[in-house]
Design a protein. Structure first.
Length: 495
């Protein structure tokens, strides 16, 4: 490490965000442009270069964090980029979207604020693009083998890039009109501007990866036809089967799933729509679900000009510090975190009755009621205890003209016919079954990402893509030099 005392002399400093009143007027990223590089070398100096770097184990990609922290502290950006890209195809994605389990596993986090690993990663990735350290890397020769990747989210893109660089001819099939999956139409631009995605896609095209957009496998082209046309098929369609909320009044108009609401808002940013048909402008909005997707809905509704926005979380208000008995270091703790969207809601007071920022904690939805036209007008909730049991006398009502359900996903959607046409075996929990080599019950067909793992983080999605690429390469050639960071049964560290 460049400064052996850096962790004692330098306090943690995060990438500053733009003022709330400024950033809610646009869809640009929330951070102050150019404000990261002046502080990041000193922040990298805080890395202790500890004997056992648990940040490696907390990160499913196995990122070489102490190595590139040291290189950044010395401002050797090219070498830092090489070490970062050795384990991560898309660090500018994870540097903006990942909740950073690596920081929860930082040894410094035992009794101090962790190293700003996520910020360092993002700084390296952005500097690498600025300095031209990430040129396309087409293969020296082609293998003569062909692979179809179904789905262009982070898993599909990582798998496709790895297999293309290994010399295979890869075509990525995407049902939407543009590649990117949830990163395109699910993640709002204020979290990651689409230019970062477009830049990687251009790199992949230059390397030889082909993209077949507006093609729903199972409907526009039969999945079993792809199986006969290609030497291998990777199913990376994600977990798009959303969870429902079976309570009275669910049938009322104005109640939508989060992934019905977010894509039109993103299409406005793409220039496809002038205004979202589900715009929150002037409406009282209630978001049911306390996770990241709910926060994305929150930030979107604030920018659209909602009259009020409240977010319901069935869990109790978490503390500011980890509970060492139930969530000891280096596990990822459930603590109170203030995302950019929650900061905006707090400062703008979008939910006057909230417990904190825009959130009501320990709140469970009882029913919806509507007007004579069948449109939702109110959400009735009740407070619950730690076992989610209703507490008598705590029922209350919130005005609701737009309700967004952000309750997570169970597995891949089966309506398009892909799973049935291939004859894939399914796990009882609703995901695609696979063996220790990522292979399904159908020869030559592999499954990776949320479609097989279940709903997870972007960093796990990329790790799955890299790992399944190694498995496919081994299947096609008898061996592989591709990096496989995880196995299909690996899971995050828990107590």
């Amino acid at each position: 490490m460049a400064d052996p005392k850096g962790f004692m002399t330098t306090p943690r400093q995060d990438w500053p965000r733009r003022p709330v009143e400024q950033r809610v007027r646009d869809w640009d990223e929330v951070y102050v442009p150019g404000a990261l590089l002046p502080i990041i070398s000193k922040q990298a100096d805080r890395c202790m270069d500890c004997g056992v770097p648990f940040c490696h184990h907390a990160c499913p990609l196995g990122n070489l964090i102490p190595e590139w922290n040291d290189l950044v502290s010395r401002e050797d950006w090219r070498a830092a980029s090489d070490r970062l890209h050795a384990t991560n195809n898309f660090p500018e994605f994870t540097g903006r979207l990942c909740p950073a389990p690596c920081e929860a596993g930082c040894v410094l986090a035992i009794n101090q604020p962790a190293v700003t690993i996520k910020n360092v990663e993002c700084a390296i990735a952005d500097r690498a693009w600025e300095e031209g350290f990430t040129p396309p890397r087409p293969p020296d020769r082609l293998s003569g083998r062909t692979v179809a990747v179904i789905g262009s989210g982070p898993t599909g893109l990582a798998a496709a890039q790895q297999l293309t660089r290994a010399g295979h001819t890869v075509a990525v099939y995407e049902r939407d009109d543009r590649p990117g999956g949830l990163m395109r139409y699910g993640i709002p631009a204020f979290k990651m501007e689409k230019r970062h995605l477009e830049r990687r896609l251009e790199q992949m095209r230059a390397e030889g990866t082909k993209f077949r957009t507006s093609t729903a496998v199972g409907r526009d082209v039969r999945a079993d036809e792809l199986r006969t046309r290609y030497d291998a098929v990777v199913v990376a369609t994600g977990a798009t089967a959303w969870r429902e909320l079976p309570v009275p009044g669910r049938e009322l108009a104005g109640i939508h799933q989060a992934m019905e609401y977010l894509p039109p808002a993103n299409r406005v940013g793409e220039g496809d729509l002038e205004r979202s048909p589900l715009s929150a402008a002037g409406r009282h909005v209630v978001i049911v679900g306390g996770g990241d997707t709910g926060a994305d809905c929150l930030g979107t509704a604030v920018r659209e000009g909602a009259a009020s926005v409240t977010q319901l979380d069935i869990y109790g208000l978490p503390g500011a510090e980890r509970d060492e008995d139930t969530e000891p270091w280096p596990t990822y703790p459930k603590i109170y975190r203030l995302s950019a969207a929650h900061e905006e809601a707090r400062d703008l007071v979008t939910a006057p009755s909230a417990d904190a920022d825009a959130r009501l904690f320990a709140a469970s939805t009882l029913r919806f009621t509507g007007d004579a036209d069948g449109r939702v007008r109110a959400l009735h909730l009740v407070e619950v205890d730690a076992l989610r049991r209703p507490l008598p006398g705590t029922e209350r009502t919130l005005p609701a003209e737009l309700v967004l359900l952000a309750l997570g996903f169970t597995g891949p959607d089966r309506h398009d016919g892909l799973i049935d046409q291939l004859g894939l075996a399914m796990h009882p929990r609703g995901t695609i079954a696979r063996d220790a080599g990522f292979a399904t019950n159908v020869p030559g067909v592999f499954a990776a990402g949320d479609a097989a793992r279940g709903q997870s983080l972007i960093v796990w999605a990329i790790a799955e893509g890299r790992a399944v690429a190694a498995a496919v390469d081994r299947h096609l050639t008898g061996g592989t030099r591709l990096h496989a960071p995880i196995g299909p049964y690996d899971r995050p560290m828990t107590a």
